[in-house]
Design a protein around this ligand. Structure first.
Ligand SMILES: [Zn+2]
Length: 428
């Protein structure tokens, strides 16, 4: 594929005009300002378009697409215990498959090419991800309170089994992460066992950390230390780690996150909707922590429109600190793309750069919301909408273009997701 005469967001996160980008198989093989020699197959005229890295969603729960709009305007504990957990209790393989496929469809429509995804029924999630042509880092979320040997439980056995069987599936598009769901949903013994296993295999440990104030404070009462300190003490950051939320982390916690090279997935929309708070992203960035953006599940978002997420990422800290100078468009675009790829251990992704994975989106700039142009970076973060995306490419394959879903039957996906939801509701 050759994108000709197109604006790009280059590897330094600056806009370049009249560029040529060629892909071959799953890679970007040329980025330059003159037409490359050779035959790259199909050509896309870039007039009025911008090519940029596709989004890497650093935190989500894909099958929860089925809970979109199901429980609203509730306190987190009520939301979880009276609505979400009973619904999830009735999920089955069929529902998880269609829920994940619905997320993949919405993701490709809004330019997300890869999801960090924590849930269960991993085989069905992997199948949906594989078939859709998309990518995901999927982990079996461990929630384990039993007194016995954690390795005697089904959950840990499943974690090990899925890691061994499915890591690297779909030509490497699927990676299996390990996941301590959270400090408050596990015994210390279970967390230790999961951390040890993660270190042994060298996987990424994806953990919910300090999402709410009460959870953060209760951990200090129970263990005498913050969730970050606790995780660090049990070795949960000794391999790679991805810490979701980090809304209430303290000064010393940030020192640990930086020192251990832990990536943070901030979820501004979900955190605001559930009134959990606003993470101190400016300070994390100042310290050089890799901060990526997540949507969390659509049950608390309620969409995967990543332009909305970027706008919230840029705006939320301004409100928290009463300072409109915080967070630049460049920091925002980097967090949505390259930082997410790094958080997923996809070092060769997230940049428009030769040799990198051909994970790209094309945006239509000829829309009223994109005019006039004083600074296109500002328009991208504050004015663009997910619906301005006209093409999404994953590993060199176009998965979405001009309203067409190339890898899945969108009508069937929506119909089956609705049908699976009805079956679950009938069991409640
Ligand atoms: Zn989550």
């Amino acid at each position: 594929m050759l994108f000709s005469n197109i604006k790009i967001l280059d590897e330094n996160f600056e806009i370049k005009d009249k560029m040529y980008v060629a892909t071959d198989d799953d890679r970007i093989v040329y980025v330059g300002d003159c037409m490359p020699r050779g035959d790259f197959g199909d050509i896309r005229d870039g007039e009025g378009k911008l090519l940029m890295p596709a989004f890497h969603n650093a935190h989500g729960h894909s099958p929860m697409a089925l809970l979109r709009g199901y429980a609203e305007n509730m306190k987190l504990q009520d939301w979880l215990f009276t609505k979400v957990f009973p619904f999830e209790d009735k999920l089955d393989s069929n529902a998880v498959y269609w829920g994940t496929l619905l997320t993949m469809a919405e993701g490709m429509r809004f330019g997300i090419v890869s999801h960090s995804d924590m849930y269960y029924f991993l085989d069905d999630m992997v199948r949906a991800t594989d078939e859709s042509g998309m990518k995901a880092n999927i982990s079996r979320a461990i929630t384990e309170f039993g007194d016995g040997d954690p390795w005697e439980t089904e959950r840990l056995k499943e974690m090990k089994d899925t890691y061994e069987r499915l890591d690297g599936a779909a030509d490497g598009r699927v990676k299996i992460d390990i996941s301590i769901h959270a400090e408050y949903t596990n015994s210390l013994r279970a967390m230790q066992a999961v951390a040890d296993y993660c270190n042994q295999v060298g996987a990424i440990n994806h953990i919910h950390i300090s999402e709410t104030k009460s959870e953060h404070e209760e951990c200090k009462v129970k263990y005498g230390k913050t969730p970050v300190k606790l995780m660090n003490d049990i070795g949960a950051f000794d391999s790679k780690a991805l810490a979701a939320h980090c809304v209430w982390v303290e000064d010393e916690d940030m020192d640990i996150l930086k020192e251990k090279g832990v990536s943070v997935a901030t979820n501004p929309m979900s955190n605001m909707k559930l009134a959990s708070g606003i993470a101190n992203v400016p300070e994390m960035l100042r310290r050089g922590i890799n901060v990526a953006i997540g949507t969390d599940s659509v049950a608390s978002n309620n969409s995967l429109n990543f332009f909305e997420e970027m706008k919230m990422f840029a705006i939320a800290p301004k409100i928290r600190f009463n300072d409109p100078t915080l967070i630049t468009p460049k920091q925002t675009l980097y967090a949505a793309t390259r930082a997410g790829a790094l958080a997923q251990g996809r070092e060769d992704a997230g940049l428009v750069k030769e040799g990198f994975k051909a994970d790209l989106i094309m945006i239509d700039l000829e829309q009223p919301n994109m005019y006039p142009v004083h600074d296109l970076m500002n328009n991208l973060v504050y004015s663009a909408s997910g619906t301005d995306i006209v093409m999404t490419m994953s590993d060199g394959r176009i998965v979405y273009e001009n309203g067409e879903y190339k890898t899945l039957d969108i009508e069937k996906t929506m119909f089956e997701a609705q049908a699976a939801t009805k079956v679950i509701l009938s069991k409640l």
